[in-house]
Design a binder for this molecule. Structure first.
Ligand SMILES: NC(=O)c1ccc[n+]([C@@H]2O[C@H](COP(=O)([O-])OP(=O)(O)OC[C@H]3O[C@@H](n4cnc5c(N)ncnc54)[C@H](O)[C@@H]3O)[C@@H](O)[C@H]2O)c1
Ligand SMILES: O=c1ccn([C@@H]2O[C@H](COP(=O)(O)OP(=O)(O)O[C@H]3O[C@H](CO)[C@H](O)[C@H](O)[C@H]3O)[C@@H](O)[C@H]2O)c(=O)[nH]1
Length: 333
């Protein structure tokens, strides 16, 4: 039996595929290459360029392959874009989940691990954020992910579909050997933008807003290493395979870093100057998002290895230095 990785050509999905293969597990990838890269998936992994909303094409993959579990990374995930084009998010994310679950249930596949997000909590009233903290998203991206969680919960009640929602905080870093990493066609994420600036590909990093309700006025986030993150997915697949109930887990380090602190950490980690300027706030950004991941540690047995942002940034730096132009297959997207 194989694990189907939806969005396996993307940043996090490609690290998941790599991890499953390292454990000699059979993997199948579906990706429409909207933001992913064919070169991020090894040639010997079955790969289908399919949009998950195309039920006929997705169904054909389930007919062709023997799938028992699904890991669902395939989504649109840029917070500012969701503010200006919300319907894209409700279509690709929310409607994509409905199409996917219909196809899974038609094929009697009833276990799914899902990429949820800290963005479902919005401007949370408590910190660190627990799984029980109210989910009150303040941008369409976060709302679409909350809707996806809720759709799975009803599918569990009605059809006995078992799901784990992993609510990631800010994912960063790369496989330490630098062979795979983060390469989005339009980069909006902080760490790659800082490192592209360090490489001289950008003149300066603009820090969005210095008037947030945080100690230094800059936005605070909890940065978790992509390798630790995929470990949690492997544990979640085992958790479901053992017949456990549906569940949700926050994945972060419980350490908050402001944008300014991240720039300073990157200067230390890379030894580069990294010019930075202060610009206006970006729409849809909460002040601070810090995770309490005690539940993932206790229930899944998750033990993240990377506690320091400098270590996280160093692995991303290896990727960016060895792949200054990313996967170099952008013309195929
Ligand atoms: N990067 C983060 O910090 C972060 C934080 C929280 C949650 N997440 C979630 O994790 C997941 C992966 O994020 P990422 O940073 O790797 O993003 P990514 O854009 O690199 O990966 C998403 C992949 O899904 C594919 N895809 C998108 N829509 C699809 C569709 N309709 N059909 C088939 N394939 C489709 C894309 O081509 C891409 O390869 C997303 O669901 C995102 O919302 C990411
Ligand atoms: O050029 C930049 C880019 C980002 N930022 C700031 O850096 C922080 C992190 O921004 P990212 O765009 O890297 O990440 P987001 O926090 O917006 O969102 C990420 O984490 C969220 C959960 O916290 C979501 O799940 C989402 O998918 C994922 O992209 C924010 O305070 C942002 O304002 C800057 O100051 N300058």
């Amino acid at each position: 039996m194989s694990t189907l990785v939806l969005g396996g050509a993307g940043y996090i999905g490609s690290h998941m595929v790599d991890s499953l293969r390292a454990q000699n597990k059979a993997v199948v990838v579906v990706d429409n290459l909207a933001t992913g890269h064919r070169l991020a998936v090894p040639e010997d992994v079955p790969f289908y360029q399919v949009d998950i909303r195309d039920k006929q094409a997705l169904s054909a993959v389930f007919d062709q392959e023997e799938i028992d579990q699904v890991v669902h990374f395939a989504a649109s995930s840029i917070v500012p874009e969701s503010m200006t084009d919300p319907l894209k998010y409700f279509d690709n994310n929310t409607a994509g989940m409905i199409a996917l679950l219909e196809v899974m249930l038609e094929h009697d596949v009833k276990q799914i691990v899902f990429s949820s997000t800290a963005a479902t909590y919005g401007d949370a009233k408590e910190s660190p954020i627990k799984e029980t903290t109210p989910q009150l998203p303040i941008n369409p991206y976060g709302l679409s992910k909350l809707q996806m969680e809720q759709i799975m919960a009803w599918a569990d009640k009605a059809y006995n579909l078992k799901w784990v929602a992993l609510r990631y905080f800010n994912v960063a870093g790369a496989k330490p050997d630098g062979s795979i990493g983060e390469d989005h066609p339009t980069e909006t994420h902080l760490v790659p933008i800082i490192l592209q600036t360090a490489l001289g590909e950008r003149d300066a990093i603009t820090m969005f807003g210095d008037d947030y309700n945080t100690p230094d006025g800059f936005n605070v986030r909890d940065y978790v290493h992509v390798m630790d993150l995929v470990d949690a997915h492997v544990l979640a697949l085992d958790y479901l395979a053992k017949g456990n109930v549906s569940n949700q887990f926050n994945l972060g380090t419980a350490n908050g870093y402001s944008v300014k602190q991240m720039v300073e950490a990157a200067r230390e980690a890379t030894g580069m100057e990294i010019p930075a300027t202060v610009g206006p706030r970006r729409a849809g950004d909460p002040d601070s998002l810090i995770a309490d991941s005690t539940k993932a540690r206790e229930v899944l047995g998750w033990t993240p290895q990377y506690e320091s942002v400098q270590e996280i940034i160093k692995t991303a730096w290896t990727w960016h230095q060895t792949h200054p132009e990313g996967y170099q297959d952008r013309s195929k997207n």
